[in-house]
Design a protein around this ligand. Structure first.
Ligand code: ATP
Ligand code: MG
Length: 716
C-alpha cells in the first residue's frame, strides 16, 4: 500500500486514484466497461467532501438515470456519511435542470409552479395546434412533429435557430412556424415539456450572464458519468457551467454509446480535449467485473466496429468459463431453457437478484414471463411494464374481453373511445346512466342509445358502427382462431392505423408487442381459453418481496452488473434489429454492436447467449439466421451448444429435408430426467408435450433456408 494515500482510497488502482486526486482542471476518464469508472467518480466525490475542497452543495454530479443517481448517493453515503444529505445537485440532467428552472422560471416566461407535461399531453397540444394552423393532420401527424421538436430540443435549437433543412422537414417548410406556436402555447399553459427543461436552462444561461455566473461560482466541481451518451444540449449546458473554473471531470466509454437515437453524440468525447485544452486524459484498463472469457468475447466483438477510439482491457481474474452460445429450436424452447438454467443456479445457491435476462426489444419479455409464471419463478421487469400490463396489450385484451363477455363494463369503458372516435366523457356518462336505469351492461346500453335522441346524431352513428363491429367480431370468434380474430380486430377497429400514424420510436415497440400477443394466442384453441390464461397470469405473485430475476432491455442495463446474464434472441432481425438492418447504414449496425458489447459486459461470472432457429411471425413459421454478432465472437472465448444437430454452424450447413424435426425433443428428454427436481415436474405438466402440434413450416423450406443461411453468412 502507498502510505501517501488514505486508507479508504487504497482499494483503488493507481489510475483511478489519479482520477480521484486530480481535483483541479479538466479530466477525461476514458475506459472500457467494468474498469471502475463509476467507482472512481464516487470516490472522487467523497474525496472532495472529505478534504473540504467543496461543500456537498457545491458539487454538480450528473448520472444517466435516476436509478444510477440513487446508487451513487448510496455509495457516497457509505464514504462520507450524512453529509450526502446535503447534495441537491446529484441527479440526472433533467432532474437538475428542473430544480434550476423552478428558481428561474420567470426568465423562461413561466411561473415557478409550471407543470411538466408528459408525451400524451404534448401530443394533445400539438394536435390542436396542427389543426388550428390549417394543416392536414393525416399528412403531417402530430407524432412526427413531436419527434422533430424533441430532436431540435436535443440539439439545443430554439425555433429561430432552425436551419432551412430542419424547416423543410415538416409541412413544406413550416417547421419553424409550428415549433414557435407550440412553444408559445406551452408558455400560455404555464407548462414545459421534457426537452424544455434542458433548453430553457441553456437559454437562461445564454441570455442572463448573472445567473450563469451564479452557478459557475457555486459549482466548484462538476462530474459526469456515462458521458458518451450526452446530447448536444446537455453538452452546451455543461460547457457553459464549466467554462470558468474548468474543474470538470467526465467519464465514459465510446464503445458504450447506445443512445444516438435520442440525440447522443459520441463526438462529445472527442471534442472534450479541444474545448478544455490541457485536459488530463486517464485511461483505465483493468477490468474488475468479468472473467477473462467474458472480456475476450466482448473485446473481440467490438473490434469489428470501425468507429472507435480503441482500448485494451485485461483482468487479474483467471478462473472462469467460456461464454455459452446456445442454439435452440424456437422461442418457447429458449424460455424453457433459460428457466431450467436459472432453476439450476438457484439449486446451487445463486441469489436470483444476481440473474438478469437482457433483451433487445420489449416484446421479447413475453415468452419469459409466461414461462416463469408457469414454473413459479419470481421476476421483475425493470424500466417498463410487465407484458400483459402494457397499455396496448390491455387495450387489445379489452376488445377481446368485450367480444367474449359483452357484460364486461370495465373492458368496454377502456376501449369505447380508443382509438379516438369522438366519444367523450359526456357520452360515457350518458351510457352509464342508461345502464344504471335499465340494469343493462354498458355495451348493451350503448347499443340501446344508438337509436335514441340522448346521443347527438354523430355519437349515434359512431356507437352504432362500433356495436356492429362487435357483433361481427363475436360471430367471427366462433369460426376463426383467436390470433386471427385479434388481427382482424386490430385492423378493423382502427387500432393498427392509430399506431401507424404515430411515428414515434415507442409506437413501433407497441406494434411489436401486439404481434407478440398474437403469437402467444396461437397456442390457444379458443378465445376464452386464452383469456383464462391471461387472468391467471395477471393474478400471479403480486407480492413484491423476495429475490427476483431481472428482465430488462440492454439499453436500460447500462452501468449495471450481474453475476449471471442471459442474452436471448441473437438472430438477424431481432438483434441486430430489423430496423437497424433496414436503415442499412454502417452507423446503425455499429450502434447495435455497441449494444451487444454493453450486454455481454454486464456479466460478472457467466454469460449465456441464445438464438432460436425458428420464430413465428403472423402465424407463419420462419427460420431465423443466427446473429452476425455470434460469428464475430472469438471462437476461443465461446462454447457453442445446440439442442439441434451438431454445432450451430454445422447445423446450418448440414440441414436437410431428411432431418427429423423432432429429433431434438428426444435428445432433450434424458437431460430433463437427469435433473429431476420440482422444476422438472412442473416442466412436464406445462405443455412440453404440445410441441408436435406446432409443426414448423421450415421443414418444408429447409433446403432454401440452408442456402439463404449460407449466403447471409458470407455476406455478413
Ligand atoms: P461500466 O462501463 O459498465 O459503467 P464502470 O467502468 O463504471 O463500468 P464500475 O461499475 O465502477 O465500472 O466497476 C465495476 C466493478 O468493479 C464494480 O463491482 C466495482 O465495485 C469494482 N471495482 C472498481 N474498481 C475496483 C478496484 N480498484 N478494485 C476492486 N474492484 C473494483
Ligand atoms: Mg459505470
Amino acid at each position: 500500500p502507498d502510505s501517501a494515500v488514505p486508507d479508504w482510497l487504497q482499494r483503488l488502482n493507481p489510475p483511478q486514484r489519479e482520477a480521484v486526486l486530480t481535483t483541479e482542471g479538466p479530466v477525461l476518464m476514458l475506459a472500457g466497461a467494468g474498469t471502475g469508472k463509476t467507482a472512481a467518480l464516487t470516490h472522487r466525490l467523497a474525496h472532495l467532501v472529505r478534504q473540504r475542497l467543496a461543500w456537498p452543495s457545491e458539487i454538480l454530479c450528473v448520472t444517466f438515470t435516476n436509478r444510477a443517481a440513487r446508487e451513487m448517493r448510496h455509495r457516497v453515503g457509505q464514504l462520507i456519511g450524512d453529509a450526502v444529505e446535503g447534495m441537491p445537485w446529484l441527479g440526472t440532467f433533467h432532474s437538475i435542470c428542473a430544480r434550476m428552472l423552478r428558481r428561474h422560471a420567470e426568465l423562461a416566461g413561466l411561473q415557478s409552479n409550471f407543470t411538466i407535461i408528459d408525451t400524451d399531453d404534448q401530443l394533445r397540444v400539438l394536435k390542436a395546434l396542427v389543426t388550428e394552423l390549417g394543416l392536414d393532420e393525416k399528412r403531417w401527424p402530430a407524432r412526427q412533429l413531436a419527434g422533430l421538436i424533441d430532436g431540435w430540443k436535443n440539439r439545443g435549437l430554439n425555433p429561430a435557430d432552425l436551419t432551412p433543412v430542419d424547416n423543410e422537414s415538416y409541412a413544406n417548410g413550416r417547421g419553424q412556424q409550428v415549433y414557435e406556436a407550440y412553444q408559445a402555447r406551452l408558455k400560455a399553459l404555464n407548462a414545459c415539456d421534457f426537452g424544455d427543461l434542458m433548453l430553457h436552462m441553456l437559454n437562461v444561461f445564454r441570455q442572463h450572464r448573472d445567473v450563469l455566473e451564479q452557478y459557475q461560482n457555486r459549482f466548484k466541481y462538476i462530474m459526469v458519468d456515462e458521458y458518451q451518451d450526452t446530447n448536444a444540449v446537455q453538452y452546451l449546458w455543461l460547457r457553459l457551467l464549466a467554462q470558468n473554473r474548468k474543474n470538470i471531470c467526465v467519464v465514459g466509454d465510446d464503445d458504450q454509446s447506445i443512445y444516438s437515437w435520442r440525440g447522443a453524440e459520441v463526438a462529445n468525447i472527442l471534442r472534450f480535449e479541444k474545448d478544455f485544452p490541457g485536459a488530463k486524459v486517464i485511461r483505465l484498463e483493468q477490468n474488475y467485473r468479468s472473467t477473462p472469457q467474458i472480456l475476450a468475447a466482448a473485446s473481440g466483438l467490438i473490434a469489428s466496429n470501425s468507429q472507435r477510439l480503441g482500448k485494451t482491457l485485461w483482468t487479474e481474474l483467471n478462473a472462469g468459463e467460456k461464454v455459452r452460445v446456445i442454439g435452440v429450436w424456437d422461442a418457447p424452447e429458449e424460455a424453457r431453457r433459460v428457466g431450467e438454467e436459472i432453476e439450476r443456479l438457484e439449486r446451487e445457491g445463486a441469489p436470483l437478484d444476481e440473474v438478469a435476462i437482457l433483451v433487445r426489444a420489449q416484446y421479447q419479455t413475453r415468452e419469459f414471463e409466461d414461462r416463469f409464471i408457469q414454473i413459479g419463478l419470481n421476476y421483475r421487469i425493470v424500466g417498463g411494464f410487465r407484458f400483459y400490463e402494457r397499455a396496448e396489450i390491455r387495450d387489445a385484451l379489452a376488445y377481446l374481453r368485450v367480444i367474449a363477455q359483452p357484460a364486461d363494463d370495465l373492458a368496454f369503458e377502456r376501449i369505447y373511445n380508443q382509438p379516438k372516435r369522438g366519444l367523450g366523457a359526456k357520452a360515457l356518462e350518458t351510457m352509464y346512466s342508461h345502464a344504471r336505469r335499465t340494469g343493462m351492461p354498458l355495451a348493451a346500453a350503448a347499443l340501446d342509445l344508438a337509436d335514441s335522441d340522448e346521443f347527438t346524431a354523430r355519437a349515434r352513428s359512431t356507437v352504432a358502427a362500433l356495436m356492429q363491429d362487435f357483433l361481427r367480431w363475436r360471430q367471427m370468434s366462433e369460426t376463426v382462431s383467436p390470433a386471427e380474430l385479434l388481427r382482424t380486430v386490430l385492423a378493423e377497429s382502427g387500432y393498427d392505423a392509430m399506431l401507424k400514424a404515430d411515428r414515434s420510436a415507442e409506437s413501433a415497440g407497441r406494434a411489436d408487442n401486439l404481434v407478440e400477443l398474437a403469437r402467444a394466442m396461437e397456442d390457444y384453441a379458443t378465445l376464452s381459453d386464452f383469456l383464462e390464461h391471461v387472468s391467471l397470469i395477471m393474478d400471479n405473485d403480486r407480492a413484491d418481496d423476495g429475490e427476483k430475476v431481472t428482465i430488462m432491455t440492454m439499453h436500460a442495463a447500462k452501468g449495471l452488473e450481474f453475476n449471471y446474464v442471459f442474452l436471448p434472441g441473437w438472430e438477424e432481425g431481432v438483434f441486430p434489429s430489423q430496423r437497424a438492418l433496414d436503415e442499412g447504414g454502417l452507423a446503425s449496425l455499429e450502434e447495435e454492436r455497441r449494444l451487444a458489447y454493453v450486454g455481454i459486459t454486464r456479466a460478472r461470472r457467466r454469460c449465456t447467449v441464445l438464438h432460436a432457429a425458428n420464430r413465428r411471425i403472423y402465424g407463419q413459421w420462419t427460420s431465423s439466421i443466427p446473429s452476425r454478432f455470434i460469428e464475430e465472437l472469438p471462437p476461443e472465448a465461446i462454447n457453442q451448444e445446440t439442442t439441434l444437430t451438431g454445432g450451430a454452424s454445422l447445423w446450418r450447413a448440414n440441414w436437410s429435408e431428411q432431418e427429423d424435426p423432432f429429433a431434438h425433443v428426444a435428445r432433450d428428454r434424458p437431460d430433463r430426467s437427469s435433473s429431476r427436481g420440482p422444476g422438472w415436474q412442473r416442466a412436464l405438466s406445462t405443455g412440453y408435450e404440445t410441441k408436435p402440434a406446432r409443426v414448423p413450416e421450415t421443414t418444408r423450406s429447409a433446403a432454401s433456408f440452408a442456402a439463404k443461411a449460407r449466403t447471409d453468412i458470407t455476406l455478413g
